[in-house]
Ligand binder design. Structure first.
Ligand code: ADP
Ligand code: PAZ
Length: 326
């Protein structure tokens, strides 16, 4: 026995009650085992979002072990589903899609993580059909947010049509074909009327958004309201310190000024032509009044509900991984 093997009773209790198993980057990277690399450096570059750099090394160290874990979990869930069907003496073979939720703050890089996972999972040897949707389409349109005085609460739980999202997920989970969902445009900063995304019986669905792990606000009459996460088979929370998120948000806003904001259709076009100081002020205001407040009040408290927490450090690399004990 070494001194490190001794722990105080309190330490033992803390260790035994933590619902998560913690891994350093190096420990997690070893769990890739023999999972083959199926993406090239060029493909990875194309999947990254603005101001969210990702390298092939990150895919190898973090995402290949995750892909291996998910392939085991998907197979186990499918086995359980088949067992239930056998028990029910079901005559027809049906299948339910495996649904993965990705939560985390604005500007943490959920979109990059979601796209990398989608590409990796779609390249498993049995090439499953992997669909990806973002929850921003389920935000109420700006006109409705304005009517309800919620324009400064965009991204807060009350700014989403959660009923619509629940119906959408329920239709997909129950195997309906061509389920239509709404589409949000960051350019015009609003839901696009008449535009839809269609999800057609995927093997795997990735649902990405700020509030996907949010508990339902239970009605006083005690009726049973599902959580969005009730539809998830696995969930990921992408985490980073507040200071980093703040820096990433403001840097991205200032880079968007040079690109997307120049488009005459951009909601933020004004900030492409005002002084750098004024643009910076707006970015700071959006961050602190909306996104940071939402992070503290609503998003971060859901972290402990995830099955896996990926924690990013200063250079956008994932430095720590926590996996829920089953
Ligand atoms: N104002 C904007 N104009 C254009 N694209 C944007 C704007 N804000 C965010 N985006 C893009 O939208 C996507 C989602 O951003 P966000 O909701 O902050 O989540 P995350 O950074 O976690 O992916 C990112 O790819 C980001 O680059
Ligand atoms: C559209 C968002 C709410 C993110 O939505 P999500 O896809 O996570 O549901 C967010 O990017 C946003 O626009 N927040 C409002 C404050 C801001 O303009 O940064």
């Amino acid at each position: 026995m070494t001194p490190a093997d001794f722990a105080t009773p309190l330490e033992l209790i803390e260790r035994s009650v933590s619902p998560f198993r913690e891994f350093t980057r190096a420990e997690w990277a070893r769990l890739r085992a023999d999972t083959p690399l199926t993406l090239t450096g060029d493909e990875v570059m194309k999947l990254q979002s603005l101001n969210d750099p990702i390298s092939l090394e990150e895919v190898i160290a973090i995402y290949l072990p995750l892909s291996r874990l998910l392939s085991l979990y998907v197979a186990a869930t499918q086995g359980l589903f088949k067992a239930t069907q056998r028990f029910l003496l079901a005559e027809q073979e049906t299948k339910a899609p495996y649904i993965i939720g990705i939560a985390g703050s604005v500007a943490v890089g959920k979109s990059t993580t979601a796209r990398i996972l989608q590409a990796l999972l779609a390249r498993w040897p049995n090439t499953p059909k992997v669909a990806l949707v973002t929850t921003d389409g389920f935000l109420y349109p700006n006109a409705e947010l304005e009517r309800q005085g919620l324009m400064e609460r965009k991204g807060f739980p009350e700014s989403y049509d959660t009923q619509q999202l629940l119906h959408f997920l329920s239709d997909i989970k129950s195997g309906k074909r061509n389920v239509a969902g709404p589409v949000y445009s960051h350019l015009v900063y609003d839901v696009v009327p008449g535009e839809h995304v269609y999800v057609d019986q995927p093997d795997i669905l990735i649902v990405e958004g700020l509030n996907v792990l949010q508990p339902a606000r239970l009605p006083r009459d005690g009726s049973d309201i599902p959580f969005v996460s009730d539809f998830f088979d696995f969930s990921i929370y992408l985490d980073a310190d507040e200071d980093l998120l703040h820096e990433w948000y403001v840097t991205r806003f200032m880079r968007l000024r040079e690109t997307a904001f120049r488009d005459p259709q951009s909601y933020f076009r004004k900030y492409a032509s005002v002084s750098e100081g004024e643009a910076l002020q707006m970015a700071e205001r959006l961050w602190s009044r909306i996104n940071l407040t939402n992070l503290r009040e609503n998003v971060l408290p859901t972290r402990r509900r995830a099955d896996l927490v990926l924690r990013k450090g200063g250079s956008h690399l994932i430095e720590e991984v926590s996996l829920r004990r089953l």
